[in-house]
Design a protein around this ligand. Structure first.
Ligand code: NAP
Length: 320
């Protein structure tokens, strides 16, 4: 079958389209005929072997597919285990394979899996959003951010402040329901966030970039405010002093999607079912911001790391 494979770690050029052996499902696994693959920022970290989970070469990248289960013929969306998604066929653990309801198209399902579930848990499980609170969503025009903006008010927020790096991205965040959108540069960010909240500290910050913007966001939190860290797109990690946290009654919370699989019914399937229902009702919409044929995966990666994209990025897999 055809797949994207990398034989070395490095830039987008290491993503090579080639013929690879068919994957063979083991016990508890199923084979999925892939129709489309979701590109996630994590794939760019894995490409350089800088992801949370270390990778081994050669590897077929990717964590997220939508397609058809070979054994039952059901339409499914599925999370792979340790890669294998950028391919015509993928093997996935059965417990990570979720049938799609009628009325939910492939793109919507793909966008809700990694990025939708992440946005859901950022607000509910980690941000512990309470009624009427103010939420700041960084990278608000991206795949995860665009869903976090849309879910914030239905999940309890009173005010949503978005950040994004271009006027076009900020307009998208406003169109998706943010009350105000500001620039993400760390210089003056604390003041911009507080001003955007009527002069008061904010309650929850969803941070995906890290670096100086994280420190500036932490300083914008009201007492009992929470900053949820789910990504380090800037590749700059931060350190936090416990004295600062107790002096201001602030919390820093981490999130990694794969921990939802420790309690799959409660943390994976139920939130995903909730997201699917919201999408079918039209309450949340996956914005597809770019699509490429599978063989052009490197182009998708380039666009993503150069901050040229908005919304969900999709690789289409042609019929074999
Ligand atoms: N912890 C988890 O389980 C989990 C799950 C899903 C996603 N994530 C994380 O959430 C973040 C968003 O992921 P995504 O797949 O939805 O991607 P994305 O938001 O579609 O794209 C990445 C966004 O990060 C922002 N960014 C800030 N600094 C950047 C930099 N130095 N280089 C490139 N982009 C930068 C850009 O927004 P602006 O240009 O507007 O600033 C860009 O739109 C990533 O950090 C990812 O690792 C984590």
């Amino acid at each position: 079958m055809r797949a994207i494979r990398q034989h070395e770690f490095g830039g987008p050029e290491v993503l090579v389209h080639e013929e690879v052996p068919w994957p063979v499902p083991g016990p508890g696994e199923v084979l999925v005929r892939v129709r489309a693959v979701g590109v996630n920022f994590a794939d760019t970290h894995t490409r350089e072997n800088k992801y949370v989970q270390k990778a081994h070469l050669p590897l077929v990248p990717g964590q997220e597919v939508v397609g058809v289960r070979a054994d039952t013929g059901e339409r499914v969306v599925a999370l792979t285990k340790g890669g294998g998604a950028y391919a015509e066929w993928a093997v996935v653990p059965e417990e990570r394979c979720v049938p799609l309801p009628d009325g939910l198209d492939d793109d919507q399902a793909l966008g809700l899996l990694v990025q939708g579930l992440t946005a859901w848990h950022l607000h509910r499980t980690c941000g512990r959003l309470e009624g009427g609170e103010t939420v700041v969503v960084h990278s608000a025009a991206g795949g995860t951010g665009s869903l976090a903006v849309q879910l914030a008010k239905p999940m309890g927020a009173g005010r949503v402040i978005a950040t994004a790096s271009s006027a076009e991205k900020r307009q998208l965040a406003l169109d998706l329901g943010a009350d105000v959108a500001v620039e993400p540069d760390a210089e003056g960010l604390t003041e911009r966030l507080v001003e955007a909240n009527g002069g008061r500290g904010v309650d929850v910050v969803v941070d995906m970039a890290g670096g100086p913007g994280f420190d500036a966001s932490l300083r914008a939190l009201a007492p009992f405010g929470r900053i949820v860290v789910c990504g380090i797109a800037s590749k700059e990690q931060n350190e936090v002093r416990t004295g600062h946290l107790l002096r201001h009654s602030r919390s820093v919370v981490g999130f990694w999607l794969f921990h939802t699989l420790d309690d799959p019914e409660r943390r994976f399937r139920a939130p995903l079912a909730d997201l699917f229902a919201r999408a079918v009702r039209g309450e949340v919409r996956v914005v597809v911001g770019g699509r490429w044929p599978l063989e052009q995966a490197a182009e998708a990666h380039r666009a993503l790391v150069e901050r040229r994209t908005t919304g969900k990025l999709v690789l289409d897999v042609a019929d074999a």
